[in-house]
Design a protein around this ligand. Structure first.
Ligand SMILES: [Fe+2]
Ligand SMILES: [Fe+2]
Length: 265
């Protein structure tokens, strides 16, 4: 059973004073996380619509808390997007207009697939969250404090509500094969989308150069690289008996709430 998620807001997140290269003063990795962050607001609005469509009771406190948390995340990452736009990366707004239309269409026309994709992407975000909670020195330490506050808050809440969409999917008796197809689609689609956005940001910023790309690629897929750390957590999702709560983050979550000054569940 999922714990009741708590709705919090992030204070002292990024603003105009936050350094442009906020991830370890590294343009490649900063733009990687910028690319990831830029997909969140439309993605999270998509999750909310997908879960609401199938929830037995929209007033269930767990569903309302999920909607509340994802709604707050959208707003906070919209602020981050506004900073990217102010830095001249106007292409992000164009990507997001396309993403908004595509996701709205999916919610209306293929609601079952939309929920399956939500379940799959929620697992990917839960994997990020698990890593952030367990290894803040690796993930959060290189970030500027403004961004640390944003990402640790978001990670913590993703860990907290990681089973909500999955439980709605199971309660509706939707099929295992669709969940598996959705994960394949979600991982390929997410990697492709991030690759395009990341490349755009690097090109626009004048950092699409062989030395930067080579060094950056090693930090993504080299030994102890970001994607190599995430990948092993994806496999269990394909198991017939998978449930997000099989990985129990609750005690660490409570500990991080105390350390980071966030309300405990
Ligand atoms: Fe979120
Ligand atoms: Fe989420």
């Amino acid at each position: 059973m999922s714990a009741q998620p708590v709705i919090r807001t992030v204070t002292d997140g990024p603003d105009q004073q936050t350094p442009k290269y906020w991830y370890g003063n590294d343009p490649f990795l900063t733009h990687f996380f910028n690319a990831v962050s830029s997909t969140f607001p439309e993605g999270e609005r998509f999750f909310i619509r997908a879960v609401r469509h199938f929830a037995q009771d929209g007033n269930d406190p767990v569903i309302r808390a999920f909607v509340g948390q994802e709604g707050q995340h959208s707003k906070a990452h919209d602020v981050h997007i506004d900073l990217m736009l102010a830095q001249g990366f106007s292409g992000i707004a164009r990507f997001n207009r396309v993403q908004k239309r595509a996701m709205g269409w999916m919610n209306r026309r293929v609601p079952r697939l939309s929920l399956a994709l939500t379940v799959a992407i929620e697992h990917v975000t839960a994997v990020f969250a698990h890593e952030f909670l367990h290894h803040p020195d690796y993930w959060l330490e290189p970030m500027h404090p403004d961004m640390q506050r944003l990402w640790r808050w978001h990670a913590l809440e993703e860990a907290e509500h990681k089973a909500v969409a999955f439980d709605v999917y199971e309660a509706r008796g939707l099929p295992l094969w669709l969940r598996r197809v959705a994960m394949l689609d979600a991982t390929m689609g997410f990697l492709g989308e991030i690759f395009v956005r990341h490349s755009y940001l690097l090109i626009k910023d004048g950092h699409f150069r062989p030395a930067t790309l080579w060094r950056g690629l090693r930090s993504l897929v080299g030994r102890d690289g970001i994607l190599r750390r995430l990948a092993p957590h994806i496999g269990p999702f394909y198991h017939r008996d998978f449930h997000p709560n099989q990985v129990d983050d609750r005690s660490l979550l409570a500990q991080r709430c105390r350390e980071w000054g966030l309300a405990a569940p």
